[in-house]
Structure formats: C-alpha cells, structure tokens
Design a protein. Structure first.
Lengths: 200, 118
C-alpha cells in the first residue's frame, strides 16, 4: 500500500513539473525544472525496483543532460542588456495552440484506449514476466557468476547490444566534434555585424 | 477500483508523453523543443519499467531468501536507451549551437523568415 502511495505522489510531482516546463518561458528555469524532473524519475525508478536504471538516470539524465543544456544556453544567449531578457523564449507567432492540442489529445486518447489490453501494473503472470525473463532470473547466477542480473544480461547475454551502444555514442561524439569543435571561419554570421553597426 | 490501480501508472505515463509531444510541436525555441523531446523519452522509459515491475518483487539482484524478482530485461534495455538518449541530446544541442552561429537566433519563426528572405 505504501508503495502505491509513494508511486502516486512521485507521478503527481512529475506531472506538475512537466506542465510547469511547458508553461514557463524562462529557459534557465525550464532547464533547472528538467533537472528536477530527471531526479524525480530516478526516485520513481527506485520505487519500481530498478536501482540500476535509477543510478544511470540520476547521473546521466539529471547530471550530464542538464549541464549540456546549460552550456548550450550560455553559448546561444543573445547580446541583450538585461540578463532576464537573455533567457526568455519569444512567444511563437506561427503556432496556434489549438492544432497541437488537438493532435496531442487524439494521440493520447488512442494510447489510453490501448492500455485497456495491457496486463495490470505489477501482474506476475503477465506475458512479459513468463518467457525470457524467467530464464535470466534462474540461470544468470550459475551461468555467469554475477549476482546482479541486469549486469549479467547487459555485459554477457546481450554484450553485442552494448557494443552497438558504444558505436552509437562514439558516432554521436564524432558528430558533435565535427559540428562545433575546432576552428571554423566566421563568415556566415554577417547578421551579428549588422546588429553592431545599428548600435553605433 | 481494481481497474484504476492496474492502469493509473500507464495513464500518467501517457500524460507525460503527450506533454512532451505538445512541447515539441507548439514551442518555437529550439532548446525548449529538445527539452520536450527529453520528457517524451523519459516517459517511454517509465512505460518499459512499469511493464517489468512485479507486485511484491525485489530488485533483480540475487539474494538469499528472495524468491520473486522484477523483470531484469526492461531494465537492461532502458539502461542502453538512457545512454543513447544523452548522446542524441548532445548531438541535438550541438546542432542548436551551430544554428545560432549561422542564423544568430534559435527561434524557429525567425529562422524561417531568414530562410525566405535569402
């Protein structure tokens, strides 16, 4: 019972935080709220018996993602006089809220309709629990000698998946370096020069 | 009441998913779009971990005297997904920085206007 209570509380916090993220226009506050969102989700992962995922989410989601976003904000803020203006996102002119709301509403309704057929939350006889998961739980310890089943599956049974993951991270790192690393000619930013002339 | 306790988790997950999708569609600021994408991503993680949860089960670490464990397979998949997710986020943010250098703005409307005047 206490599990369900904590679960509902954390889910309510997450919902409130996400709505606040949409409604706030200050980008700095939005990024900080996103860090809180990641930390809350790490707590929820612990409640749902996934401590390994919680570690990763707290370190990578709440830590690295937030730092990356803050760095991007620092690199992209404008040359306004006051600091508050720098972090404000401008209200969108091309976008009316009604079309996105309709799209989101219809998609959400279809997904909720889909949950009718999902086995109940925590059902031990659900199909997901009865096939390959049972094999891992029974055989991971004798076959690999690692008590943490998640580690055993990640590094041993599905080692090739992890190799593919390393390839993806390497590719992303190379792409980021190609995009913003090293020296580039400052030719295309003529707009910035125009702004400077206006001021003088 | 049973139906509610069986499914409320999925409903909140879908709500978070739709909030993320709405942010991506309706906000013009590119950093805000990336944040919306991240919210969507985290809610997909919740969906997987919810499916792997077993009522009364323990974390999947072999311990003496524990019989029932949660499903370890979604945990493995989501561990991989989190790391890949931060890699794609870094790539998206690098693109945002590059767009700022070329267009001197990260607002979608202004980028479109500049594209049409060129």
């Amino acid at each position: 019972m206490i599990d369900i209570l904590i679960n509902i509380t954390l889910l309510a916090f997450l919902a409130i935080t996400s709505v606040a993220i949409v409604r706030l226009t200050n980008l700095f506050a939005t990024i900080m709220l996103f860090g809180i969102f990641s930390l809350l989700s790490a707590g929820l992962f612990v409640v749902m018996d996934a401590p390994d995922v919680a570690f990763t989410e707290a370190a990578v989601g709440a830590g690295i993602s937030t730092v990356l976003m803050l760095a991007t904000l620092a690199l992209t803020k404008g040359q306004k006089k006051s600091h508050e203006e720098d972090y404000e996102e401008k209200p969108s002119r091309a976008h009316r809220p009604w079309l996105p709301l309709a799209v989101v509403g219809i998609t959400g309704a279809a997904l909720v309709y889909g949950t009718w057929d999902i086995p109940g939350f925590g059902d031990p006889d659900a199909p997901a629990q009865t096939h390959v998961a049972r094999y891992y739980i029974e055989n991971a310890m004798p076959e690999t000698g690692v008590p943490n089943i998640v580690t055993a599956v990640l590094a041993s049974y599905r080692g090739f998946d992890t190799l593919g993951e390393v390839a993806v991270v390497f590719t992303a790192g190379v792409a980021v370096l190609l995009l913003i690393g090293g020296k580039r000619p400052k030719s295309s930013t003529s707009l910035k020069g125009d702004g400077g002339q206006d001021e003088t | 009441m049973d139906f509610f306790t069986d499914h409320y988790n999925y409903w909140v997950v879908i709500f978070l998913m739709m909030v993320g999708l709405y942010t991506v569609i309706s906000r013009g600021n590119l950093i805000k779009k990336v944040i919306g994408l991240n919210i969507f991503q985290v809610s997909v993680f919740f969906l997987y971990i919810s499916i792997g949860t077993v009522e009364g089960g323990a974390a999947p670490i072999i311990t003496e005297g524990v019989e029932l464990y949660s499903n370890p397979l979604p945990h493995v998949l989501i561990l991989t997904a989190i790391v890949v997710g931060v890699a794609t986020t870094a790539l998206a943010l690098a693109l945002v920085v590059r767009i700022k250098e070329s267009y001197d703005t990260i607002e979608e409307d202004e980028i479109h206007e500049l594209d049409h005047t060129l």
